[in-house]
Design a protein around this ligand. Structure first.
Ligand SMILES: Cc1cc2nc3c(=O)[nH]c(=O)nc-3n(C[C@H](O)[C@H](O)[C@H](O)COP(=O)(O)OP(=O)(O)OC[C@H]3O[C@@H](n4cnc5c(N)ncnc54)[C@H](O)[C@@H]3O)c2cc1C
Length: 437
């Protein structure tokens, strides 16, 4: 072998090593991080996905990590043993960007085995449940995404139109429960078809979108809204998307009642009796677009209706340089408070009605101690939130009433999921679901 050839072999090897070693190091670091994250999400019960999610063909996956980086929600996937793995399933919204990005088509997005699930209603292709005339749409059906919610609303109402009872003696043809994207779309389609409908919501119109972090970019695949037309952009800031909904509600004068909560449903001859906190309503058909987030328990204090009051922390990083009160003393309250206290410039206080925290996870207890001792967090025990105003909160404490300057309030007082209500109505779960993404 001549020296020139040897030299080019050596040069080649040096170049490969120079690139390969940092690459391997980077991948090992990524994997270590993913393992730590999986440990953390497992400890919080957040590793499994609840809705449509990536299902990875492990034998086809080559561990390139492109899917991991393509997730718009962040850390749903990670590399474990050199293979893509769901590590933070509860964060997954089912955008499907990972499946699009995978160069080997090793990812499908779906619900997986739902035969044992008690939170995915059994539905036919029109979203009708085992109770004829009662439909379940949107995220409550198991499929997330605004586009799905809109499509479900249109499909359910189209089917209802073909099957509505003639001369029924109910107040409405359809009652739609939930004014998120699925319920609002159902109302728009019902209006377009000339049906007599009513939408009710326990809160304000907008559904889960109202709970997104401020200025969150919402990805919306091309979809058409009845009476509005195409949602033209692929992404909207949360606030702009909510404006579109508000405009269409006003322009179409949708028959919508807010602060009216569904409590139960009974079947009657030719329809349903819908029990709500504001009395009973009768309708020939019912659409449930309740989402999956349930009903947070409210404290019933004055000012709780302000937009700055939240019942869930979606993303701590969107809150910076803010004065924040967290009311509650369970693990969720503590995790939110710690997360918020680590963001730049935040001034975070926890108000808890008891004299100590009980039964916290060991890790939370430890992190809480550290945050309090370093002055990142303040805790006021034996205290009750009395009133929320635009710029302040008033708290009853053992040393008398305190007023604290405030930008945001997070209340963690528990809540109810929608599934016991569905069971009480008589809706079946599990096998034979026929819907697809
Ligand atoms: C952080 C986050 C980010 C997301 N980002 C995106 C994104 O970028 N793109 C995307 O397409 N999707 C995204 N999603 C998912 C999307 O928001 C949901 O899939 C969609 O809002 C579901 O619409 P829905 O109408 O089925 O339910 P929801 O939007 O949850 O609305 C349900 C409504 O029902 C009401 N309700 C509940 N119970 C009762 C009751 N008992 N009585 C009366 N009313 C009741 C609620 O008050 C609520 O208004 C995201 C979700 C989250 C959590």
């Amino acid at each position: 072998m001549n020296t020139e050839l040897i030299f080019s072999w050596i040069l080649g090897a040096v170049i490969i090593i120079a690139f390969l070693i940092p690459y391997i190091k980077r991948m090992m670091k990524k994997e270590e991080k993913a393992r730590e994250r999986l440990k953390e999400t497992r400890s919080k019960g957040q590793e499994k996905a609840l809705m449509q999610h990536p299902i990875i063909n492990q034998s086809a996956c080559i561990g390139c990590g492109i899917c991991v980086d393509s997730c718009p929600e962040g850390d749903v996937l990670g590399l474990i043993n050199g293979k893509a793995t769901v590590i933070h399933g509860s964060h997954c919204i089912g955008h499907g960007k990972c499946a699009e990005a995978c160069p080997l088509s090793a990812i499908e997005v779906g619900l997986g085995d739902i035969s044992q699930r008690q939170d995915i209603p059994r539905l036919n292709e029109h979203f009708e449940s085992n109770i004829p005339g009662l439909y379940v749409i949107g995220e409550l059906s198991g499929l997330a995404l605004i586009r799905n919610a809109i499509e479900h609303g249109v499909k359910a109402v189209n089917h209802i139109e073909t099957s509505i009872a003639e001369n029924h003696d109910n107040e409405f043809d359809i009652i739609i429960i939930g004014a998120g994207p699925s319920g609002l779309t159902s109302g728009l389609r019902a209006k377009e078809l000339g049906l007599k409908y009513l939408i009710i919501d326990q809160s304000e119109p907008g559904g889960t979108i109202l709970q997104y972090p401020r200025k969150k970019l919402v990805l919306v695949q091309p979809v058409s809204l009845p009476l509005y037309g195409q949602l033209k952009k692929m992404e909207y800031p949360k606030e702009e998307l909510l404006e579109i909904w508000e405009d269409v509600i006003t322009k179409e004068a949708l028959n919508l009642k807010t602060k009216q909560k569904l409590l139960g449903i009974d079947q009657k001859n030719n329809g349903f009796i819908i029990h709500t906190n504001k009395g009973d309503i009768t309708a020939n058909k019912v659409i449930l677009g309740l989402g999956r987030r349930g009903t947070p328990r409210k404290l019933g204090v004055s000012g709780e209706d302000f937009g700055k009051v939240m019942y869930k922390l979606m993303d701590a990083e969107t809150y910076k340089d803010q004065k924040i009160l967290v009311a509650g003393g369970g693990d969720s309250a503590i995790e939110a408070a710690i997360g918020l206290s680590h963001q730049q410039g935040n001034d975070v206080t926890i108000s808890y009605r008891k004299s100590n925290f009980f039964r916290l996870k060991a890790k939370n207890e430890q992190r809480l101690k550290e945050a309090v001792s370093t002055g990142k967090l303040k805790v006021i025990f034996d205290s009750n939130l009395l009133e929320i105003t635009e710029k302040e909160v008033h708290i009853d404490t053992q040393d008398g009433q305190k007023t604290i300057l405030n930008d945001f309030v997070f209340i963690f007082a528990g809540g109810e999921l929608p599934f016991p209500l569905l069971s009480a109505i008589g809706i079946d779960y599990g096998q034979n679901i026929t819907i697809s993404k």
